[in-house]
Write a protein that binds this ligand. Structure first.
Ligand code: ATP
Length: 316
């Protein structure tokens, strides 16, 4: 895709005056299980979050600069903040502060992951910037140090660094890597506009008021399906406790979910806090067919095919 090509060219020094830089490729995620507990007194929710990294990527390039700046390219670039609230900028600042250096770096994000789509795009850029700056500045931070900064940046950021598949507990940030015994094929339908994760949790709280919400726990059947690479079993075990809240806020998602199922998807669910919807399919051929049907249905902005598991943040 053009966005990806642009970042790679900058990193490899193509062109006569391209700055030297480090490019990191980092995956989106889908939550194959997202079990949500009742709101805690501090407002957060305990989660049992089974993350699976998918082959839909952002690329973050870090290059020397006089001061910290951020640029972004891609279909959703206009929705990405370019100030210090950008998670990539915050990652550079946190890393620099730990080492007592100034975060003088230009960060360029080539963005293919939908913004505010429930696929952890901002988290991906945070993890990507962290790894890129660590390499650019020659800091050689240990994985444990990087993971500590990731957890400070946000609950989904550690998984963006690690990739593959993992169970996240606590707020989702305490990770245990999970074995995956095969390749799974997906289609992701991108909706118009985003959904704010805190707003979706607020709707979850509203919908579960007075309900006895069980303690979140990973499903043994789902972990087994991942371990054995059994796509039919995984289709039967997919679960997202945030789906009713996302659909309540965005009822049009029902039509997208139905269109993908009618086109032959084995299972359909909202990805994380939405509004991206995820469709598990049998193979690559089915993925192309379901993506084409979803686009033709007019119930989404676009559709991407992807495979999982995908590796975590990787220096190119
Ligand atoms: P998650 O799945 O982790 O809940 P998400 O995929 O729904 O997150 P993001 O794309 O991470 O959502 O963006 C959420 C908000 O974070 C955006 O609306 C934007 O204001 C802000 N943000 C900060 N940094 C970034 C970034 N690098 N890319 C995209 N959004 C960012």
């Amino acid at each position: 895709m053009t966005a990806t090509g642009g970042a790679t060219a900058a990193a490899s020094g193509a062109g006569s005056n391209a700055a030297p830089g480090v490019t990191v490729r980092v995956p989106a995620k889908v939550n194959v299980q997202l079990a949500v507990g009742a709101a805690r007194p501090d407002g957060f929710h305990d989660l049992a979050n089974v993350f699976l990294a998918v082959s839909l990527y952002d690329e973050v390039t870090a290059a020397p600069a006089a001061e910290l700046t951020v640029t972004c390219e891609g279909p959703d670039a206009d929705k990405v903040p370019l100030d210090r609230t950008n998670l990539a900028a915050r990652a550079a600042e946190l890393l620099a502060a730990r080492h007592g250096i100034s975060p003088d770096v230009h960060l360029h994000i080539a963005k293919d992951i939908p913004v505010a789509g429930g696929m952890a795009g901002g988290s991906a850029d945070g993890a990507g910037a962290l790894l890129a700056c660590d390499a650019l500045w020659g800091l050689n931070s240990s994985r444990a140090e990087l993971l500590e900064i990731c957890a400070e940046l946000g609950s989904d950021v550690p998984f963006s660094l690690v990739g593959g598949a993992a169970l996240g507990v606590g707020r989702g940030e305490k990770l245990t890597e999970l074995p995956v015994g095969g390749t799974f094929h997906w289609v992701f339908a991108v909706a118009d506009g985003g959904l704010s994760t805190p707003v979706v949790f607020g709707e979850f709280d509203r919908l579960t008021e007075g309900v006895d919400v069980p303690e979140p726990a990973a499903s043994p059947a789902l972990l087994d399906a991942l371990r054995t690479g059994d796509v039919a079993a995984l289709a039967g075990a997919l679960a997202n406790d945030l789906q009713p809240a996302a659909v309540s806020l965005r009822p049009a998602l029902n039509a997208t979910l139905e269109a993908g199922t009618a086109a032959g998807a084995l299972a359909a669910l909202v990805s994380g806090s939405g509004p991206t919807t995820a469709f598990l399919v049998k193979d690559a051929e089915a993925a192309d067919a379901v993506a084409a049907a979803l686009i033709a249905s007019g119930t989404c902005r676009t559709a991407h095919v992807a495979m999982s598991p995908a590796p975590g943040a990787t220096v190119l």
